[in-house]
Design a protein. Structure first.
Length: 138
């Protein structure tokens, strides 16, 4: 079976670099599946799970959004924040969600809520991924 090389990097580190059978990413238009010899593609990402499937299993990595660049033999994902699924902190995500919801509820009419909505979307995506990982552990 052919493979595709995958690099997942964030502002502070490289989280994944290696070959994979396929990659699934949360593109802004919906989840995309990327296989070896995929056509060239450039897309923005929304907060969510990137799954890298190899012969050894699946690596799940949370990304806060970013960009995916696909070439026939290489996938590169750039994100401001990327965290391995098992390193996500539920209490921090719940706290962030609560702060964002309170900020939106207390906002006045002149308040720009786009950054608050982005923070809420990120915390919800993290909580969804944590819940999914718990389901796999059962």
């Amino acid at each position: 079976m052919s493979t595709i090389h995958v690099d997942i990097v964030c502002a502070t580190e490289s989280l994944y670099s290696g070959d994979a059978n396929c990659v699934f990413a949360p593109a802004s238009t919906g989840e995309i599946g990327i296989y070896p010899k995929h056509m060239a593609l450039l897309s923005t990402l929304k907060p969510g799970e990137v799954r890298v499937e190899t012969d050894q299993g699946v690596d799940s990595i949370y990304v806060s959004g970013g960009i995916v660049e696909v070439q026939p033999n290489v996938v590169t994902i750039f994100s401001d924040t990327a965290i391995r699924a098992h390193d996500l902190d539920e209490s921090k995500a719940l706290e962030s969600k609560q702060r964002a919801e309170e900020a939106m509820a207390n906002a006045d009419s002149g308040f720009d809520i786009s950054s608050t909505q982005a923070a809420l979307a990120e915390s919800m995506a993290q909580l969804q991924m944590i819940s999914k990982m718990r389901g796999k552990g059962k």
